[in-house]
Design a binder for this molecule. Sequence first.
Ligand SMILES: CC(C)(COP(=O)(O)OP(=O)(O)OC[C@H]1O[C@@H](n2cnc3c(N)ncnc32)[C@H](O)[C@@H]1OP(=O)(O)O)[C@@H](O)C(=O)NCCC(=O)NCCS
Length: 334
Amino acid sequence: MGKINAVITGVGGYVPDYVLTNEELSRMVDTTDEWIMTRVGIKERHILKDKSLGASFLGTKAVEELVKKTKVNPLDVEAVICATSTSDYVFPATAALIANNAGLKNAFAFDVQAACTGFLVALTNATAFIESGRYKKIVVVACEKMSYITDYTDRSTCPLFGDGSGAVLVEATTENIGIIDSVLQSNGAGEPHLKMRAGGSACPASHETVDKKWHTVYQEGQAVFKHAVTDMSDVSVAIMERNQLTADDLAWFIPHQANLRIIDAVAHRMNVGKEKIKINIEKYGNTSAVSIPLCLWEMDNERILHKGDKIVISAFGAGFTWGAMYIIWGYDSK
Ligand SMILES: CC(C)(COP(=O)(O)OP(=O)(O)OC[C@H]1O[C@@H](n2cnc3c(N)ncnc32)[C@H](O)[C@@H]1OP(=O)(O)O)[C@@H](O)C(=O)NCCC(=O)NCCS
């Protein structure tokens, strides 16, 4: 038998209805549409307003749509891997809640925490499970309720983030398509620059941590920006070189959507033209682990993904974590 590859066979997604515009934000903090568009490239983001709903609500929506689109029997799905930094609870895993809600009753389920690189890490895990021959159908879902960890009095972070979810079905194939290669890296020295300062075992929740707003995203923007540009560029170029890919070979480059200027700088290093870069940061903001599957979801819905398309995706996030993946797309969107 030929080598078993892992291939994406469907994409689901979801964004909540409420749209928070730059105009509304500029009434909340001292900012402007012009500053946010020029410095970051975001016009609006979707927000889950209902305080009683966690990230699993968003993830369940994406998985339900995925099941409907692919017509997979939910009972045939063997594993659910969820990438999130905004899990419903510290435990149990959000993946378990989603699997139960969406009727994937036979799947074992676990979460992956790699911040904005989470989808890439989860998909690499799913790929390894499938290539090993032990699993045939795995759902990888990313869901983020970033609004609950955003301080809407801090103008340096509150324009950045949005809520949403995306999910893919990963199946076994012996065709030479699917997830061909990935490079994943991390460096814990990035911790001081991008973190949620309290709520974990190193700094448990207390009145003091709540008063100090330590349960929201803390980011030293410029330091993170520099690392994001360098590390995402290096890893994207590395995956192209070791797979003998030139920019001409690529149908699409799909980057994590954190800042339009970061995307431009990385694409420039890769020598990829604007027409091949998927960008939707303007509509959704930075949805952390969700941003790449949300791109795939839109592209699938627009029917612009074709079997054989060569795609590079890359991401950077807290940790620091970063990585890139080379995919040969497995089906014509319909
Ligand atoms: C966060 C980020 C958009 C900030 O942009 P920046 O160009 O670095 O801006 P700075 O933080 O240097 O701030 C520049 C000035 O704008 C001001 N400013 C910050 N936010 C502002 C806002 N929303 N509106 C208006 N002014 C703002 C600052 O106070 C500062 O003013 P000063 O010069 O008077 O001190 C950018 O650093 C970034 O994208 N970082 C990386 C994000 C990322 O990739 N994260 C990893 C994945 S989650």
